[in-house]
Design a protein around this ligand. Structure first.
Ligand code: IPM
Ligand code: MG
Length: 307
């Protein structure tokens, strides 16, 4: 096959880890007779420095014209004080939105060779950890209306709204149920339905979708409980589906159980075959340029891309 890959190396350790992943991809190409054509595009802090915006239109255009997008990481202290819409992270959210990548798949697996790096007691991880977090990626608090203002009394206010439409919940739940069917046929839907309206809608819609998957064992769990259960008995989970913010937090927690934040890859998918593949970790500016960042999560991300 011959595939076009848009490459966003980004900031911090991004360029180093992506370069390692490209080496692996090239080797695979050589060995199995595939060609991968890379086009480097800018996003994040490096794009800000070069063009004044974190996500240039050209980057979106090149990504849309590619078969896949490979991404390192964005962000760094240099750009931390910029307003929200100009931060490197806005570029990342922007590209996920522009490509309509609503489903973020984050597999976490504890491999035996790394068991000693897992901070949990052996009695907790003796049954292993092998789960997938299906995170909704273009809705919720990260994409809702935000506001910062000072009122007439000089009091400063800020808000972010966590909004979901039923169809957004429906489509991500279907991705998760399909995933569960291919694995252990067990799905936990994580929400905060005892407090949040958006979670109550989540619960209503997920239960409706569950009717189409009677073969999958389905259970709700409140997010605070889920955070606790992950470190109490991680082996109980197979697939977890959750909204954007909860998925962001729980996937970092799950990654630590694998021994390192540098171990979890991800695939961001939408309705077409165009996907974006990136490690779940950030740009780690403190270790950038020292050739010690772990590239495994990026290499595993290209494994997901090839699949
Ligand atoms: C992630 C990251 C991003 C997110 C940041 C960098 C915007 O934490 O991919 O998990 O929150 O989605
Ligand atoms: Mg995160």
């Amino acid at each position: 096959m011959n595939k076009k890959i848009a490459v966003i190396k980004g900031d911090g350790i991004g360029p180093e880890i992506v370069t390692e992943a490209e080496k692996v991809l090239n080797k695979i190409g050589e060995k199995y007779g595939h060609t991968f054509e890379y086009t480097d595009v800018l996003m994040g802090g490096c794009a800000l420095d070069a063009t004044g915006v974190p996500l240039p239109q050209e980057t979106i255009d090149v990504c849309l014209a590619s078969d896949s997008v490979l991404l390192g990481a964005v962000g760094g202290p240099k750009w931390d004080t910029l307003p929200g819409n100009l931060r490197p992270e806005a570029g990342l959210l922007g590209i996920r939105g522009a490509l309509k990548l609503f489903a973020n798949i984050r597999p976490a697996k504890l491999i035996p060779a790394l068991a000693s790096a897992c901070p949990l007691k052996e009695e907790i991880t003796k049954n292993g950890l092998d789960l997938v977090i299906v995170r909704e990626l273009i809705g919720g608090a990260y994409f809702g209306k935000r506001e910062t203002y000072t009122d007439e009394n000089g009091v400063k206010h800020a808000s972010d709204s966590m909004a979901y439409a039923d169809y957004e919940i429906d489509r991500i739940c279907r991705v998760a149920f399909d995933m569960a069917r291919k694995r252990g046929s067990k799905l936990h839907s994580i929400d905060k339905a005892n407090v949040l309206d958006s979670s109550r809608l989540w619960r209503e819609v997920s239960h409706k979708v569950a009717k189409d998957y009677p073969d999958v064992e389905f259970q709700d769990m409140l997010v605070d409980n889920a955070a606790m259960q992950l470190v109490r008995n991680p082996a109980q989970f197979d697939v977890m589906v959750t909204e954007n913010l909860f998925g962001d937090i729980l996937s970092d927690e799950a990654s630590m159980i694998t021994g390192s934040l540098g171990m979890i890859p991800s695939a961001s998918l939408g309705e077409t075959s165009l996907g974006l593949y990136e490690p779940i970790h950030g740009s780690a500016p403190d270790i950038a340029g020292q050739n010690k960042a772990n590239p495994i999560a990026t290499i595993l991300s290209i494994a997901m891309m090839l699949r």
